[in-house]
Design a protein around this ligand. Structure first.
Ligand code: GDP
Length: 172
């Protein structure tokens, strides 16, 4: 880390269809790079963010659909610094799915991982199915950062990654 670029590995978790790939694509859109590794079924993308005089490189791992089979490879979690567990604010069952993803993260992920809950599809807030207070309470109960995002409108997306960096690198 010292003197060079700080790198943060972020893994995306959450039920299929909540918008994980869309969030990553939105975040990296102007600096887009994909490598698919058939052996672990995840796609990887890199993106730099500037913080005053420091550059943080986010190495972001998306499930590439493997979450449907509940078979994320252990390597997916290895050395991860942060997890974004996403739900779709219009789909109650995707919120209930957060508990399973969090348990799985506790089982397979690094102990000191920074956990964030992203309530995605904020642009559809008129049909929100989970009271925000309930989502915040859940996030608090697991010590996670809670943010609403919209991959469609870009609401909160970069801020989510900035929050992750700030938690991991308090000296930013
Ligand atoms: P994944 O399976 O979790 O990776 O989800 P995808 O990124 O494939 O998104 C699933 C569907 O939700 C797609 O049709 C997306 O266009 C849509 N979607 C993703 N994010 C948003 C969002 O923020 N707002 C809206 N309205 N639709 C979204």
């Amino acid at each position: 880390m010292q003197g060079g670029q700080t790198q943060i590995k972020v893994v995306l978790l959450g039920d299929s269809g909540v918008g994980k790939s869309s969030l990553v694509l939105r975040f990296v859109a102007d600096n887009f790079k994909t490598d698919r590794d058939a052996t672990i079924g995840a796609s990887y993308m890199g993106k730099n963010l500037q913080f005053n005089d420091k550059t943080i490189k986010f190495n972001i791992w998306d499930t590439a659909g493997q979450e449907r089979y509940h078979s994320l490879a252990k390597m997916y979690y290895r050395d991860a610094n942060a997890a974004i567990i996403t739900y779709d604010i219009t789909k109650r069952e995707s919120f209930e799915g957060l508990q399973r993803w969090h348990r799985e993260l506790q089982e397979f992920g690094p102990k000191d991982i920074v956990v964030t809950i992203a309530g995605n599809k904020e642009d559809l807030v008129e049909t929100e199915a989970v009271p925000p207070e309930e989502a915040k309470d859940f996030a608090n109960s697991i010590g996670a950062i809670y943010r609403k995002t919209s991959a469609k409108t870009n609401y909160g997306v970069e801020q989510l990654f900035r929050d992750i960096a700030a938690k991991i690198c308090p000296d930013l």
